[in-house]
Ligand binder design. Structure first.
Ligand code: NAD
Length: 379
């Protein structure tokens, strides 16, 4: 192979530069620019095809935009009861019109080889049915939290996944983002001393009394099922233990049209096998918040907000010092979807499988029972 005059000129320039003959600031800058121009991104790897079921607020504002940040996942199908909305979103996200389904022809998704994974983003009371139908169609399923309305429904979903030999994952997005992952590492590493107690609160003020979240059949329960689940799940992942006992109290403002069917506030206390105690609350009445404190013998790990989509803050209070932890912010939904795609591609068990969702549902049933009976419930 012969060199072109240009190559020779460039090489001799680089040689001279490397021998120090042209080792000026300008030459260094030129070399840096040349190498920066040569850096090309890796070609895209394989991406699995996703179908999104239910085009409400979470799908439109978080999940569909998150695909742009995914490395292993792409949206290829939409399932909706509103054809106009689905067509508009299909156009926006490059989904073929032939891949738009409704709730009646949803099962025919089994004949669509473009779809590998189905993401259920419907009201809680519909997760079980659409997950089971998704598995029966031979697809892997990611279901939003809470997994379903009852432990029995969760078990049906797990059984359907097993029967179809397909993956089932629950969308506990906080397990896939750096702040909560680092909090788990710190809490369990001894850096703040052994954990003694955890405080965790999650809630927001519910407005519109007509939303499905206030309908028992569609929501399964009130603030506990919707948002208190974040506090409950955090106590479990921060301790790495499963609670053995629960106490609880519930209060709903009397005659408030929002709380005819589901509860407003829940306070619950958990006991863990190592002796760690947790005090938690969930609410549809208090100002939007999501925080936790892990109280160690030597220091306190705090996160506030702990579970919002972005802007998470974490710090450690030790003596008179406060150590702020700044970590990279990632898109929680892109991270969780890529984890699911990776598990399917590598045939691995997801970090948050159906069994994880079932555990939270069983615990929440225990919390409701403790509040109803006024007695400690052994789990
Ligand atoms: P939403 O009300 O905005 O959307 C629900 C969608 O379901 C709508 O498109 C609606 O048309 C459709 N739907 C179909 N049948 C329905 C029926 N019978 N009644 C009402 N809606 C029906 O709700 P959302 O906030 O998008 O929540 C959807 C799911 O996602 C819930 O399970 C919720 O708990 C979960 N969620 C998770 C997070 C998270 O951070 N992981 C955040 C918000 C919501």
């Amino acid at each position: 192979m012969t060199n072109s005059p240009n190559d020779i000129t460039r090489r001799s320039f680089i040689n001279k530069a490397s021998r120090g003959l042209l080792a000026t600031t300008a030459a260094e800058a030129l070399l840096k620019t040349a190498s920066a121009q040569l850096r090309v991104p890796d070609p895209p790897g394989k991406k699995l095809g996703w179908a999104i079921v239910g085009l409400g607020s979470l799908s439109i504002n978080q999940i569909l935009p998150a695909f742009a940040k995914c490395e292993k996942s792409k949206v290829v199908a939409l399932v909706s009861g509103h054809p106009d909305k689905a067509s508009k979103l299909a156009l926006r996200y490059g989904v073929s019109p032939k891949n738009i389904y409704n709730y009646q022809n949803y099962d025919s998704i089994k004949d669509n080889p473009d779809v590998d994974i189905i993401y259920i983003v419907l009201p809680n009371g519909m997760h079980a049915e659409y997950t089971v139908r998704g598995h029966q169609a031979g697809k892997h399923v990611l279901s939003e939290k809470p997994m379903a309305n009852t432990p029995a429904e969760c078990q049906q979903m797990i059984d359907a996944a097993r029967k179809a030999n397909r993956k089932l994952m629950i969308a506990y997005r906080c397990r896939y983002e750096p702040y909560n992952r680092e909090a788990i590492r710190i809490a369990q590493s001894g850096e703040i001393g052994p954990t003694q107690m955890i405080l965790a609160d999650a809630g927001f003020k519910m407005g519109d009394p007509t939303v499905w979240r206030l309908n028992r059949q569609l929501a399964g329960g009130g603030s506990l099922m919707d948002i208190g689940i974040y506090a409950l799940n955090a106590t479990r992942y921060l301790t790495g233990e499963e609670p053995t006992e629960v106490n609880a109290m519930i209060y709903s403002t009397p005659d408030d049209p929002r709380f005819k069917e589901v509860e407003e506030h829940v306070n619950f206390q958990l006991r863990f096998p190592s002796g760690i105690l947790a005090n938690c609350s969930s609410s549809y009445g208090y100002f939007h918040q999501s925080h936790f404190r892990v109280m160690g013998t030597e220091a306190r790990l705090c996160m506030d907000p702990a579970t919002w989509y972005s802007g998470l803050r974490m710090w450690i209070e030790r003596g008179n010092t406060i150590e702020q932890k700044d970590l990279p912010e990632v898109d929680h939904f892109a991270a969780e979807m890529d984890h699911m795609s990776d598990c399917v591609m590598q045939n691995k068990q997801p970090l948050t499988p159906g069994e994880e969702g079932l555990r939270d549902l069983t615990l929440m049933a225990g919390i409701y029972e403790a509040a109803r009976s006024g007695k400690t419930v052994k789990l």
